[in-house]
Design a protein. Sequence first.
Length: 102
Amino acid sequence: MAKRAERVRSLVQRHGEEVVVNGTRTVRMVVFVATSGLLRTFFTDEDLLNYNRPIWAGVMAAEEALNPGDSITRDGVTHTVRRVAVLKIGSAPAVKVAVWSQ
């Protein structure tokens, strides 16, 4: 893995929190409320009307297995993953970004 991609992955591991995926395993990620720019990248206006607010996003290691339709439980509330994308630095996968809502 490229040096920069490894540094980004290290930051996620150090500063992230654990969430439960599909009720069976935990994934460490940095969680935040999705910004309007991020939402516009992934969804149409019609899509956004169908999702409850807030819509959350998380950044995790690129090798984590997480797919649209999976469930995430955080703070006792279960959400559905809506979109997942892998971000690269150069040609090396650096992190995975997931967006979810209730």
